[in-house]
Design a binder for this molecule. Structure first.
Ligand code: SF4
Length: 485
């Protein structure tokens, strides 16, 4: 899949008196690493005050034993970040900590607020100064300065004003609060751990900690957790629009979303794709690892054997060290390696989960051909992405989306595939097996579940003046291949 389609963040929280909550949060974030690899942070609380540690990099790079020992208390929240608003530097790492008239507050956010600029301007007019450019700080400042005699009233005030996607974890010295926007656009679940409570973006974090999944936080719900237990209230009426891309790509296959384990849903996507777009081929391979389950589903439905024709370098994470020009010219590909002995002279079905700008897909098709594949039939477990996401998924602007400006046949030609088939919106819904009304499908349909600001730069069909269009399109890169003898 395209490396340009990235989740914005993962959030985690725990209330567990007598436990090492910093260590629990570290391992919770470790399980959510796929949701953001740019920075990580943990805030803890012990009734009297908040403690904070944040840094750039992977969770395992940010924290050591000394950091964890600095984070005392019986409650903690954590965050892994990939930036969608605000640039990539340490000051933007979360949780954000604010000292306001309502006391100290730490906050971690997954999603994107579409009216953040307006809210920020309002706050600035009230004399509130910002230290970052993130919408998450806007939320934290609003909450820290919200009117109301109780946190319940302040959360209701906040959620009446926020427009957009947010799953939040917040910490005061006395309590942890988790909240989900009225669309429930980003996931958030509640679990039990040794008599305490945990919340996390995905249930896979509970499994790693030995916690029991209790339920999802509902759209529009605010959950307050203290050492005495859990209380919840609805601060806004729900109008469901869960991001369906969580099933297609973002979530880990071992997480449960909407009562469904993701792995079999992805198999069903592959099976549906095989019914909609059969292929006369010898083998099915999946883009590792995200499309493996779908490739297995395609194989089972079509009867075409599944093989692992591409090997992924599993330890490639986010790096700021780019390949040099010589490496680029040699076509060094750091992420995948094909197995020529399995692919030579075969007609190959390549299953992938999405095509955004098509750069990666075109390289992989070329890589398979160079490895000896006679035919490459590309099958995508999502409909064409024609419209940008305003809710926290970085897929660029409309003119950067290849399906926003080309027909399927033109894309096939550009990718040099023998055939190309996308899953239909109807087939996607059927395979997921939940009512269509529950989902946001905006990037496939252009119909947004709430009004989004008319950001001409994001919705424009042409690149801005001065932009190098070719930077975002097909680049004639020689793919890598290493022979095994
Ligand atoms: S626009 Fe697409 S990626 Fe964004 S929330 Fe909706 S379904 Fe998810």
């Amino acid at each position: 899949m395209s490396p340009t389609l990235r989740e914005s963040c993962g959030v985690f929280g725990v209330v567990a008196p007598g436990e090492d909550v910093a260590r629990i949060t570290f391992y919770g974030l470790y399980a959510l690493q796929h949701r953001g690899q740019e920075s990580a942070g943990i805030a803890s609380a012990n009734e009297r005050r908040l403690y904070l540690r944040t840094g750039m990099g992977l969770v395992s790079q940010v924290f050591d034993e000394e950091d964890l020992s600095y984070l005392p208390g019986h409650m903690a929240i954590g965050h892994t970040r990939y930036s969608t608003t605000g640039s990539s530097h340490a000051a933007n790492a979360q949780p954000v900590v604010i000292e306001g008239p309502n006391g100290s507050l730490a906050l971690g956010h997954n999603g994107n607020i579409v009216n953040a600029a307006v809210l920020r301007a309002d706050l600035e007019q009230q004399g509130i100064a910002f230290t970052t450019g993130t919408d998450s700080e806007v939320i934290a400042q609003m909450l820290a300065h919200a009117p109301g005699a109780s946190w319940e009233e302040r959360w209701a005030y906040l959620m009446r004003r926020l427009e957009g996607a947010y799953s939040l974890v917040a910490l005061t010295p006395q309590e942890l609060i988790a909240a989900r926007d009225p669309m429930g656009n980003r996931p958030l679940s509640l679990g039990r751990l040794n008599g305490g409570w945990v919340v996390a973006s995905e249930t896979c974090a509970f499994d790693h900690l030995g916690a029991e999944f209790i339920r999802e936080v509902e759209p529009g719900e605010v959950v307050r957790i203290t050492e005495h237990g859990v209380e919840s209230f609805h601060a806004a009426a729900r109008r469901d629009a869960f991001c369906i891309f969580e099933y297609i790509y973002f979530a880990r296959p071992d997480s449960v979303l909407g009562g469904k384990l993701v792995y079999p849903v992805r198999m069903a996507l592959g099976a549906q794709l095989a019914r909609e777009h059969p292929a006369d081929a010898d083998v099915v391979i999946g883009m590792p690892d995200s499309a493996t389950a779908a490739a297995v589903g395609y194989s089972q439905e079509s009867g075409i054997p599944f093989i692992e024709g591409l090997v992924k370098n599993r330890y490639v994470g986010r790096t700021f060290i780019q390949p040099d020009q010589r490496m680029r010219e040699m076509g060094v590909h750091l992420k995948f390696n094909p197995l020529p002995e399995l692919l030579a002279d075969r007609r190959v079905v390549l299953v992938d989960d999405s095509i955004v700008r098509a750069t990666t897909t075109s390289r992989v098709v070329a890589m398979l051909r160079k490895a000896g594949a006679r035919e490459v039939h590309l099958r995508i477990t999502a409909p064409p992405i024609i419209s940008p996401c305003f809710f926290g998924i970085d897929m660029g602007t409309r003119w950067e989306l290849i399906a926003g400006r080309m027909t399927v046949e033109e894309i096939r030609e550009q990718l040099d595939a023998d055939s190309l088939g996308y899953l239909s919106v109807k087939g996607l819904i059927e395979a997921v097996g939940l009512p269509k009304e529950k989902f946001c499908l905006a990037c496939f349909t252009g119909n947004y579940p709430i009004s989004v600001p008319l950001q001409m730069d994001k919705l424009a069909l042409e690149p801005p003046v001065g932009a190098d269009r070719h930077e975002f399109e097909w680049t004639d890169v020689v793919p890598s291949i290493s022979r095994r003898v």
